[in-house]
Design a protein around this ligand. Structure first.
Ligand SMILES: [Zn+2]
Length: 383
């Protein structure tokens, strides 16, 4: 197929990013952004609906699902980005200087994940201005991603036709494709000792802080191996210096791309607390909860082939990488819909120093556009 050069409207794209970045949307309060996107997608000719996730998770809106018809003989594909951001998110003012978007002052920029949203809108604009054959598209904008992938976890996957797709939610240069990400277990541990007056009868007490300390000292934490990590991130206990503390509450996490390694490490951490506590007459309540499952995509899958050939066509260096973090892609893959997470150029996310270059945002738009073309060409070949 002969394809003339497609021109991205740079002014419109930069204004689009600034617009969505300046609509505050911390987790559970994505409503204003949802309203804007609902209207925007409708204006671009998509059929848009909002699901019931908001009421299920205590937020002010649900996930957005929008559809754009395409060539029926091609497999549907989806693009996904999340609407919510971390805090501080109120009053974001974007400064666009020398081709870089930053926040003015102390808020985040929210490029995580509004770079993904703006890239998807930019791709839809480009498609409208340059109509080409493409697969039927589903656009999913989720809520509550930063709170444990709540939006995608509550998404009704029976509503979508997509056979594969892309989550736009990774830092790093456009062209990088995340092909695997870990499962995560949340760890909750309570060590129970015995309270006593610290000066009058400390002999009666069992110091839960000291017991917890002994157990913590025995743990393997940090990077365990190339695909496995563990962390203790919160500890809380004790009431006053003159009381032998009777309980300590500890929260941590373990992650691995290999589920057997995750299970073994989790068991090791929990068993350490149990053993140390029992050794001194204390008790421990230990609990592990799977927050999300891992994924690992076979490199032969067309979801990766399309993204790689599209990146090449967009002039981007192709890299396949493994991530240490979870994203909505974990949930799509768990639902049986192969999903790669794409690096879209957002940097230093979750900080006030967060930034995004316009060059990367424009590259994202071009990349998505080329994915449509690669999917149209690839799908046609198999017929
Ligand atoms: Zn994100």
């Amino acid at each position: 197929m002969e394809q003339g050069p497609v021109i991205i409207n740079e002014e419109r794209l930069s204004q689009e990013f600034i617009k969505v970045a300046e609509i505050a949307s911390p987790s559970f309060r994505e409503g204003a952004l949802k309203d804007y996107l609902f209207e925007r997608l409708t204006g671009l000719g998509l059929e848009v609906e909002e699901d019931e996730t908001g009421s299920k998770i205590g937020g002010d809106c649900g996930n957005i699902l929008a559809r754009l018809p395409g060539e029926e003989k091609l497999q549907s594909l989806f693009f996904c980005a999340h609407m919510d951001t971390v805090e501080p998110a109120m009053g974001v003012k974007v400064v666009f200087q020398d081709g870089i978007f930053r926040s003015e002052g102390s808020t985040i920029l929210g490029g995580d994940d509004k770079a993904g949203i703006a890239a998807i809108l930019g791709m839809l604009e480009l498609l409208r201005a340059n109509p080409v054959p493409h697969p039927p598209l589903e656009i999913i904008f989720t809520v509550g991603e930063e709170q444990g992938l709540l939006g995608s976890k509550n998404f009704d996957f029976s509503k979508i036709k997509a056979k594969f797709g892309y989550v736009l939610d990774s830092s790093g240069p456009p062209g990088t494709i995340i092909t695997a990400a870990p499962a995560q277990n949340k760890l909750d541990i309570t060590v129970r000792g015995r309270a006593a007056h610290a000066g009058i009868d400390p002999e009666r007490g069992i110091n839960a802080i000291q017991v917890a300390g002994q157990a913590l000292a025995k743990l393997r934490l940090g990077r365990i191996d190339a695909e496995t990590t563990a962390n203790i991130g919160l500890i809380d206990g004790g009431k006053a210096t003159n009381i032998v503390p009777d309980h300590v509450y500890i929260q941590g996490e373990a992650r691995s791309i290999d589920r057997r390694k995750l299970d073994a490490l989790t068991e090791e951490i929990l068993a350490t607390f149990t053993r140390v506590a029992e050794g001194v007459g204390a008790k421990s309540d230990v609990k592990a909860e799977l927050l999300y499952p891992e994924f690992r995509l076979d490199t032969e899958l067309s979801v990766l082939n399309y993204a790689a050939s599209a990146a090449r066509n967009a002039g981007l260096p192709v890299r396949f990488e493994t991530s240490g973090g979870g994203s909505d892609a974990n949930i799509f893959n768990a639902a049986g819909i192969p999903a790669a997470n794409l690096s879209i150029g957002m940097e230093q996310v979750h900080t006030a120093e967060e930034y995004l270059s316009f060059k990367d945002l424009a590259a994202d738009v071009r990349w998505l556009w080329e994915i449509l073309r690669a999917a149209a060409a690839g799908g046609a070949k198999t017929l």
